[in-house]
Design a protein around this ligand. Structure first.
Ligand code: PHE
Length: 398
């Protein structure tokens, strides 16, 4: 059974979200239209609210992905409602926890559509979970916008499925080029999570560009999400004397891998992708994370007014500096509301067309253009982990 949002942290999440709306206390009623006709769900927007669903990992080993994203989305909802809502209607956010499990993400998407009658779904972060949700959104013709799922397959699952982030062929290229051109290394080991579509894809895209650029993958090892002992893989890697290790996983395992690598005397830089982005990386990996680099959606050190304004408002709301997940969640929500405002009507098909026409959107995570495959074309940043801080290194344009 899916644990829905009405408990613990997530309980606060849901209450907080409801409290944002004028229709705060209304119980979610079933949608008035039948889902699946491309308009059914949008009929729920004919009242004084627009219901938006959110699916995220609010608990589990990727909990910061869900909670950080939620804060970004919640801030966007607050701002939009304070400014009068979208087409005069207040946004009502319904957030569900999938505990980091693809089947729970699918269950949550179904519930949001068939029981809560949402007009659109924001989520998921992890590509494997977005891929579990996408066919459901597509079947019901309900818009789904992933803030930060980067595996190319996500948006290939249907034309109601969008994302506001770059995809992994680009992200892999960014790190491969950074390794070759900036770190000047030519021999890299890969350690990938075979249970994670994102990790497998990003490892492949990295390897492709790295080899094209004259680099060599000296060994390619794997683990499975949830593992805690990586010594045998790291020992095999050590034997090949790589100049760097590419570990495109999520923060919990990456932190443990860093510690165990250093314990084994492996001091070369670790490299990774956006899946490293969590305040927990520093806690789990500690000093072992020093001298590591990863590609990401945003840097809090970016001095641009859009970024600094967002950080100021986020700090005022949550008393912390937003990570990339919060920034991407904020952008996803804002872009969805922007499209809803521009659409011919709030029918799913009209929102879809407006979203597809998004261009030059000044997001916190960069200037965003939605391409014909419903992916965002935008820049990436490279960050260096230094004593618990993520230091900005460079921006790479597509
Ligand atoms: N891009 C990752 C995926 O597709 C998810 C992620 C995004 C993780 C941003 C952390 C930060 O699975």
């Amino acid at each position: 059974m899916m644990k829905n949002a009405i408990r613990n942290t997530v309980g606060a999440v849901l209450l907080g979200a409801f409290a944002l709306s004028g229709a705060a206390c209304k119980k979610a009623a079933p949608p008035s239209g039948s889902a699946g006709d491309g308009q059914g769900v949008a009929q729920t927007a004919s009242g004084d609210v627009i219901r938006i669903g959110e699916v995220g990992s609010m608990t589990g080993s990727e909990a910061t992905f869900g909670t950080s994203t939620h804060k970004g989305i919640e801030l966007a909802v607050k701002q939009v409602n304070a400014a009068g809502g979208v087409r005069g209607k207040k946004i009502e956010l319904i957030s569900l926890d999938d505990q980091g499990k693809p089947d729970e993400a699918a269950t949550a998407a179904t519930k949001l559509i068939t029981q809560n009658g949402v007009s659109a779904i924001l989520g998921e972060v992890a590509s494997s979970r977005s891929m579990a949700m996408a066919p459901i959104a597509q079947n019901h013709k309900v818009i789904m916008v992933s803030p930060s799922s980067t595996n190319p397959k996500v948006t290939e699952l249907g034309d109601y499925v969008f994302r506001v982030c770059f995809i992994d062929p680009f992200q892999g290229t960014v790190m491969a080029k950074y390794a070759l051109d900036n770190l000047k290394i030519k021999k890299v080991a890969i350690l990938r999570d075979v249970k994670n579509d994102y990790s497998v894809g990003l490892a492949n895209f990295f390897a492709e560009t790295f080899k094209k650029g004259g680099g060599e993958i000296v060994i390619d090892q794997s683990y499975s999400a949830g593992d805690i002992d990586f010594k045998s893989q790291l020992t095999a890697i050590r034997a090949k004397a790589p100049e760097g290790i590419f570990v495109p996983g999520y923060y919990t395992e990456v932190g443990l891998i860093a510690r165990q690598a250093r314990e084994l005397g492996v001091k070369v830089p670790l490299m990774g992708g956006d899946g490293w982005d969590s305040p927990k990386l520093k806690e789990i990996g500690g000093e072992a994370m020093n001298n590591s680099y990863f590609s990401n959606h945003y840097s809090s050190e970016d001095k641009s007014p859009v970024v600094q304004e967002f950080i100021t408002q986020f700090k005022a709301a949550y008393n912390e500096v937003p990570d990339g997940l919060s920034a991407a969640g904020y952008d996803a929500a804002k872009i969805l509301f922007d499209a809803m405002g521009r659409a011919k009507s709030l029918a799913s098909n009209d929102i879809r067309e407006a979203l597809a026409a998004t261009k030059d959107y000044p997001g916190v995570t960069g200037k965003i253009m939605i391409d014909e495959k419903r992916n965002a074309v935008k820049s990436a940043v490279v960050l260096k982990v230094e004593n618990g801080e993520f230091r900005y290194q460079t921006t790479v344009n597509p």
